[in-house]
Design a protein around this ligand. Structure first.
Ligand code: ZN
Ligand code: ZN
Length: 337
């Protein structure tokens, strides 16, 4: 859902002459499928900062080296590189989701959230990449230095971006960029990529809030259907996605960045809600992400997988239905789990 907002820039020129030029442009503003869910404002950010106890302790989760067993002939696998970055091979395409290999999730290299762990694989250790999908423009999901390095190594690679982000990539010299509204599709090889609604927001600075879209990616390929939720709160969007596109074989779902709940609930699912997202999608298998890589919120670093396991027990679900893999672990993607 969108509306057009008139954005006016005041260009004060010739102050001595005392005149002001105003230039206005029509700027599209995006909203959630539930339009009452809007980004928190600065007073809420201030309240969070003022009421917050200590920050979580920095700790490094265990990284696996299993990815080293992959060969150019390997197929049907996924590797969690860290945060929302998954390397995925479907047997038809090799892609990266929300690739971030930088030390910080920030517009600058010297401030902002710093990685707790290095990427499980470096950029030079990746196989050839056909496509990159990005869920939204927050710095922990749209990392320009990573995108630039990836296209340098893979000149034919395509970028599938939310509506409103294409110009940013092209301004950095990147090619083969497409942008998508919800439910729009593009084929890469034999796989159809569809951009789907989730509940979140966008913005990379003080201005420009919700001027680009956010969403999840649903891939329908010859052997497998795969869903990547990006960054999301719990909403009815996942039931709609299943109704329109079917049940995915595999779903990658965020399980971190959820405390304090009064602030985060609308934008970040907690592990219990992540399980509900997996159930709403009726996916055969779910894998966690968006934890253990940066400190963005107040929960302890190692809490999300513990809460995830507890939720599965509470609901009498098999532990293997939804797991939180180690970075670097090789996950086998099969049409039937
Ligand atoms: Zn985000
Ligand atoms: Zn995020």
């Amino acid at each position: 859902m969108t509306h057009i907002k008139k954005i006016c820039l005041l260009a004060v020129t010739g102050l001595l002459a005392g005149f002001v030029i105003t230039s206005c442009s029509n700027q599209e503003i995006f909203s959630n499928t539930n339009p009452s869910v809007v980004p928190k404002d600065l007073s809420d950010v201030f309240k969070w900062r003022m009421t917050k106890d200590a920050s979580p302790k920095r700790e490094a989760i265990t990284i696996a080296e299993d990815w080293r067993s992959l060969t150019p002939d390997s197929s049907h696998y996924a590797v969690w590189v860290g945060h929302a970055t998954y390397l995925i091979n479907t047997g038809d395409v090799t892609l990266l989701t929300d690739p971030i290999f930088s030390k910080r999730a920030s517009p600058v290299g010297w401030a902002g959230p710093e990685r707790l762990i290095p990427p499980a694989m470096t950029l030079s250790q990746l196989p050839p990449i056909d496509a990159v999908v990005v869920s939204h423009n927050h710095y922990d999901h749209l990392d320009l230095p990573s995108l630039i390095a990836l296209q340098k190594a893979n000149p034919d690679m395509v970028f599938l971006m939310p509506q409103g982000d294409k110009a940013l990539l092209e301004s950095k010299g990147l090619n083969n960029v497409s942008e998508f509204r919800w439910w729009e599709t593009q084929k890469v090889n034999e796989t159809t990529f569809t951009f789907t609604p989730v509940q979140h927001w966008s913005g990379r600075g003080i201005t420009g809030r919700n001027t680009s879209l956010w969403g999840g990616w649903f891939l329908t390929g010859p052997d497998l259907s795969i869903y990547h939720a990006g960054d999301t709160g719990y909403s009815k969007d996942f039931l709609t996605t299943k109704a329109r596109l079917g049940k995915p074989d595999v779903a990658f779902i965020p399980i971190g960045a959820y405390k304090p709940r009064w602030f985060m609930r609308n934008q970040h699912a907690d592990p219990a809600e992540a399980v509900q997202i997996a159930l709403d999608l009726e996916t055969k298998k779910a894998f966690g992400m968006h934890w253990g890589t940066f400190i963005l919120t107040d929960e302890n670093i190692s809490e999300p997988p513990v809460m995830l396991a507890e939720e599965l027990v509470k609901r009498d679900l098999e532990p293997r239905f939804f797991t939180a893999p180690k970075p670097g672990e090789v996950l086998t993607l099969k049409p039937k789990f």
